[in-house]
Design a protein around this ligand. Sequence first.
Ligand code: AVI
Length: 292
Amino acid sequence: MQPAAQISPKFFYDERGCALFEQITRLPEYYPTRTEDAIMARYEQAMAEAMGPCQVLIELGAGNCEKVRRLCRSLAPRQFVGVDIAAGFLSRAVQRLQQEFSPMAARAVAADFTQEWALPADVPRAGRLLFYPGSSIGNFDPAQAQHMLAHMRSLLGDDGALLIGIDLPKPREVLIAAYDDAQGVTAAFNRNVLQHVNRVLGSDFDLQDWAHEARFDAVHSRVEMHLRALRPVIVGWPQGLRQFAEGETIHTENSYKYPLGTFLGMLSRAGFGRKRVWTDARNWFAVIHAHA
Ligand code: AVI
């Protein structure tokens, strides 16, 4: 039997994928972005007081740099560093931020978090705040997420901290609707991964052959996205052919929904000390400030 097919979710983020993800964040069903933003708005003052001064604000998975604007206003850092896999999309967003928040110096760093990555050596180590919003940590499996947290801790001096957003467990219907919206934007986002893979790896997936599927796996507390073959499909690669039976799926993404206590434990194991947590009234999302 052939091994179950998988595509890394990092292939979502070509130019079209980034634009589709922006649309997803505005969908009525996709609660994470607006819930996180409401928490950040409501507790802006309290967060700024808890965090204290910040010299260097570093956003991981910065994308369009929308989420960091509030912190640029309230913390007025000297430097901003946006880190993301989608280099072109990121550098345009960083340029806009630079214009708006001058004299803050803003720069873009392209990095793939699934590989070893580092910040440029000239980014000052003192007074760093790492900002990792949107529950993007949920797209890694728990072992990878633990490794990433330890890596983040290693980027901080004793005066540094992490501000991270995590999506919490909630009713299954809410989760499925968020990852299978009525307008089909998430379906287009999921199918677009095939177009990107065709371009990068030279395969010949036909998007018409594949249907979007969102599932909830209660055992692992994660939403899974899959692409299901609508008919028997043969896909060509430079290395050969891959046959898919009708109904066979390609697993494209996991989105873990960590219970708060579990995630706080992961932060402690990664070497983070004092933590403060802000949530919404439904306890759907948490923003955590974790001191180095
Ligand atoms: C980027 N990441 C946190 C999103 C999520 O919710 O897991 C990606 C996404 N996939 C489908 N919709 C949004």
